[in-house]
Design a protein. Structure first.
Length: 620
């Protein structure tokens, strides 16, 4: 009991400092998050959460640009329901997920780094890779963007947690680690399909943990020095000892794969080698490698894109040289560490392949990969490899003595502090770039406009492309994006007063361009008479392509009533009319050279004159 108490006391300071570092990271990341705002895909999550109930198939099985992430949609619904389009909810979500991921990494490091290794170094050394994970810029862009965080942070949590479970299962054989690992894998998959990599990474790390520590297989003779097993023997041992976890993972992946194939539509692949090389260079040389030294130090951005890493070329060369030196020196000082570098290099390349195949193409900007949001999970693998590197045995007793020298420890402390300062500088630079948000201005002005709304509905229009890309149409229409904060009746297919929302969120008067005009009707003093159930064709002065158009109907009605209006080819909408001479603006989707109008009110007598049909625009 005394020994156990001594061990707990020896571990306590390291754990306390680790938790303090986690708290410091959350404070820093909280500052970053509060400087951000809703961005592109975030608005689709909010719109879907407002449109569908939390457990509806339409929400849970939604194919979000090739992503299957039902728990991310449920999280968005929970955040959106009580406070639609309020940024505090996403900030809290990101911090909770970041805290969970950070604690999972602490747990993983405590499993991978023993209390005292063969060099005599205590567990204090685990604070170095922990600082790399907590403050390194590699995970920063994916954290700051809410929809990306709902993918990236659960994946980081799942990687760290299942790696620890795999190693503990192989050490102890306890079934609780099987249950824990499988459950966390399922959770990770329901947030992000990329979690399919989790069991494979866990197997690799568990194998290398046994390999670098030189742990003999069960049943080998205990008398005399036990032979250190080879990499293949370690893999076989891990496969057998962790068989329940691997079998459970295979079953989960198989079932999930069937659902994913049914939910997600076909996605085209790009196999251009030139494009692949370009994206690989952007992701690795300009992205991942500089972040390993606290970079990239320089961020560039053109609105509405996210910031991307843009280190100078000489800096990239210096970082590659530094990485090469680190690999050579570590391989010279420590035994059996080459597979660790191969694991890291292989993972960095492997996780880029799906992105390059799916997102790549001749029109894909290389800056896509430099944004780093697809690469955040690499940080967990870097930390796991660093932990095993620290655990590896020195090549000689002389090397072990050298590592225990005070000046070596001071040098390691200086390098860690330099990395931390460099990372903070990069974080501040990213935040200054990221906080520029046209979306914040747009929604602030829209909320103010709704506060003074007079009840006249708005016709459908797209939000500015700097707020949400037209590629998500119809999800970029104001009836979808603004629905969570709009008053009842804010949107309609017709309105007696044409107004639009400007690119900065103000509601202003608008008019209809004369792309086409309604020709004068055949009846003098009336134009086109609509006085019964028969649909009347109003001829235009030319054909119109399939699109969303606004028709300005100048009419005289003998009473209040309703009419139906449609393009020659398109769906009809029902439009209220008022007695007397009036104008109504109607949003129509379709094509052709005529408008079709019919009475929806028995006994209604209506005359329609000349008017424009075209695009609605501000201030005309």
């Amino acid at each position: 009991m005394v020994a156990a108490g001594t061990r707990r006391a020896g571990r306590s300071p390291v754990l306390v400092i680790a938790l303090v570092l986690v708290a410091a990271q959350l404070v820093l990341r909280g500052w970053v998050a509060t400087r951000g705002y809703f961005y592109w895909d975030d608005l689709r999550l909010v719109g879907l959460a407002h449109e569908f109930p939390p457990w509806s198939p339409e929400l849970l099985l939604h194919d979000h640009d090739g992503h299957f992430m039902p728990l991310a949609f449920v999280t968005a619904w929970v955040v959106t329901a009580p406070a639609p389009l309020r940024w505090a909810g996403p900030v809290l979500t990101m911090l909770v997920l970041q805290g969970a991921a950070a604690l999972a990494v602490v747990r993983m490091l405590r499993v991978l780094v023993p209390p005292r290794n063969r060099t005599g170094a205590r567990r204090w050394v685990l604070l170095v890779p922990l600082i790399v994970y907590l403050f390194g810029p590699l995970t920063l862009p994916a954290f700051a963007w809410w929809s990306a965080a709902l993918n990236a942070l659960p994946l980081q949590f799942a990687l760290a947690w299942v790696i620890a479970d795999a190693v503990l299962l192989i050490r102890t054989g306890r079934g609780r680690y099987v249950i824990s690992g499988v459950v966390v894998l399922v959770l990770g998959l329901l947030f992000f399909e990329k979690a399919v990599v989790v069991p494979f990474v866990a197997f690799a790390v568990a194998t290398l943990e046994r390999y670098v520590s030189g742990t003999p297989r069960a049943g080998e003779a205990a008398d005399g020095p036990a032979p250190e097993p080879g990499l293949r023997a370690c893999a076989g041992s891990v496969l057998c000892a962790g068989g329940r976890l691997w079998l459970g993972s295979v079953l989960v992946l198989a079932g999930w794969g069937v659902v994913y194939a049914l939910v997600v539509g076909h996605t085209g692949l790009d196999i251009s080698l030139v494009g692949a090389r370009r994206l690989l260079h952007s992701a690795t040389s300009l992205g991942v490698v500089p972040t390993m030294f606290g970079g990239p130090w320089v961020w560039e951005r053109w609105l509405p894109s996210t910031p991307w890493a843009a280190p100078p070329h000489w800096v990239v060369g210096a970082c590659w040289a530094g990485l090469a030196v680190l690999a050579v020196v570590s391989s010279w000082l420590r035994r059996r560490v080459l597979p660790l570098w191969l694991l890291l290099a292989g993972y960095v390349l492997a996780v880029q392949v799906p992105v390059i195949l799916i997102r790549g193409g001749p029109n894909t900007a290389a800056e896509l990969m430099q944004s780093l949001r697809y690469l955040a999970d690499i940080a967990v693998v870097i930390v796991a490899a660093a932990a095993l590197l620290l655990r590896a045995c020195p090549r000689t007793e002389r090397v072990a003595g050298l590592e225990s020298r005070r000046w070596v420890r001071v040098l390691a402390l200086v390098a860690t502090v330099a990395f931390l300062v460099s990372s903070l500088y990069t974080t501040v630079g990213f935040t200054r770039s990221w906080q520029l948000s046209p979306t914040r201005t747009y929604f602030t002005n829209v909320r103010a406009a709704w506060a003074n709304w007079d009840g006249t509905p708005l016709l459908e229009q797209e939000v500015p492309w700097m707020v949400l890309t037209p590629m998500v149409h119809p999800g970029n229409l104001i009836s979808s994006v603004l629905a969570p904060i709009a008053p009842p009746g804010a949107f309609a297919t017709s309105t007696p007063r044409l107004r639009m929302i400007t690119d900065d969120g103000r509601i202003v008067d608008a008019s209809v361009w004369w792309n086409r005009r309604i020709l004068a009707g055949p009846e003098p003093g009336c134009g086109y008479r609509i006085d019964g159930a028969r649909v009347v064709a109003l001829w235009l002065d030319g054909p119109m392509l399939a699109h969303g158009w606004t028709a300005q109907l100048n009419y005289f009605a003998d009473r209040d009533g309703r009419i139906t209006v449609s393009m020659e080819h398109g769906d009809a909408v029902t439009v209220p009319v008022r007695g007397g001479a009036n104008t109504v603006f109607v949003h129509l989707v379709g094509s052709g050279q005529v408008l079709r109008i019919g009475s929806h009110t028995p006994g209604l007598n209506l005359c329609v004159g000349v008017g424009p049909v075209g695009v609605a625009a501000f201030g005309r």
